[in-house]
Design a protein around this ligand. Sequence first.
Ligand code: NAP
Length: 543
Amino acid sequence: MTSASSGTTDVVVVGAGFSGLYLLHRLRQMGLHARLLEKGSGVGGTWYWNRYPGARCDIESFDYCYSFSDELVREWVWSERYATQPEILRYLEHVADRFDLNRLITFDTTAEAASFDQNAGTWTVTTDTGEQITARYLVLATGNLSLTNRPDFDGLDSFTGQWFHTGTWPHEPVDFTGQSVAVIGTGSSGIQSIPKIAQQAEHLYVLQRTPNYSMPARNRAVTAEEMSSIVVNFPSRRRACENSDAGTPLPPATQRAVEVTAEQRRAKYDEGWERGGISALSGAFTDMFGDEVANGYAQDYAREQIRSLVTDPQIADMLSPSHDIGTKRTCTDIDYYQTYNRDNVDLINVRANPISHITPTGIALHDGVIEVDSIVFATGFDAITGALADIDIRGRADVPLSAAWANGARAYLGLQVVGFPNMFLITGPTSPSVLSNMAISIEQHVDWVVDCLAYMRDNGHATIEPTNTAQDEWMRHVTELANATLYPRAHSWYVGTNMDGRERAFTIYIAGCGPYREECDQVVADGYRGFEFDATSTEGTSA
Ligand code: NAP
């Protein structure tokens, strides 16, 4: 810890991922001074930390990128349909260099606390290096999947091998050659890393509590011709993403699964399975998330595919999920199911035979012990609110955000929280966030926030905060939409129940990117409907 120091600026941004970088660019264009605090030693956010083998995007590369710069769109050549973690990280590092953003970022620095001074109308952010920065605005670009969840198994301290979490993977390569390895968890991170680790390790134990649905990625190289055509058509492709539900350019489904014949359904599922990708089945029919019968048809199809890919029928059965498809995040994979046909891979059902504790040389289950050299925790994240709750944020009257959210996260449009003036969330709870292509949602949120700051400056407003009425009404709307779907039924990080003791709450705006964008634009057109401005001061805080 260095000695305490202090400074002022217009905006403090926390987090140098996709959101933070674009924020810095836009804030500077607008003539505002900004400081960005980043825990890591480099930019990238999710793509800086998640370096596990097999990590790659599950949205097509050309849609999982920025659109704000035509030059950037033209310059950057994606090499694969689904970019790997190193390629996405290189892209974000390129963006930081190209737009000269690094000098606005303080790396290796964690924002530990942020408090609002009601009289001055400013935020003061305290870092783990002892610095205090005062600013008019605070923007939390901390990501939805940042704070890792590692179950607190007894005995881990005594383990003499190495253990890893997929979400904080080491920077230097990890070599499992000749080792016996256990992977705990079969969400997206497990499903991507398991095939890779199986190829390297002498033996792999997969400890599965709940099987998940995974769609074939059908990943492939992007040809030069394809890339050129994508660049030429990028504006219209992007508009299609922005106006869609999920933030992707796929045409929306037009039929209900329950209204077509079994043959027609099968043809649609076959088409999706052949195309691959996260929406292979979920994009086929309109009633997928609203009708359990329709969802059941897709489930049956997915389980049939698993049986056809996995040689041992008992293992296929263990790998077959039973929840509503898509209500836990659907995974995409490269040879995940086929990995269980290898002789060096064992699947263990830790729901039936739970993990008891870690021993110095392995994992003790209620029934038996697995001897391993390394343990990989693919156990996910304290999602959506975790990274926000990790900062001691205090708003008006010193009220902690944790108290304001004691009964679940509340926000207006996922952008602001009552009692926390001038604090903005990027892809926060109650926005489409993790049910959308994050690159699309992030650009929209950053644009909205920066345009709002410009509006405040032009109109002499010092603070902005949602009204209680607007926040309550938005929460009611978000909940009502969600309750009309199957989403809230699952046990998953979407509803927070992956964390011990967490109340079940579904805080994602389910109507999707297009309707959400329209609502945000309409709020602005209506004179920032639902927000209150306080015109006490127009002075900036920095020189
Ligand atoms: P996750 O989906 O939350 O999966 C965590 C896994 O760990 C689950 O299988 C869970 O089982 C298991 N688990 C947790 N605690 C356990 C315990 N005590 N004992 C045994 N098993 C335990 O986490 P994730 O795989 O890291 O993925 C999180 C999200 O990150 C994804 O859904 C996706 O949105 C994003 N992501 C995206 C990509 C991509 O773009 N391709 C890649 C990785 C991650 P239960 O299901 O029983 O709780």
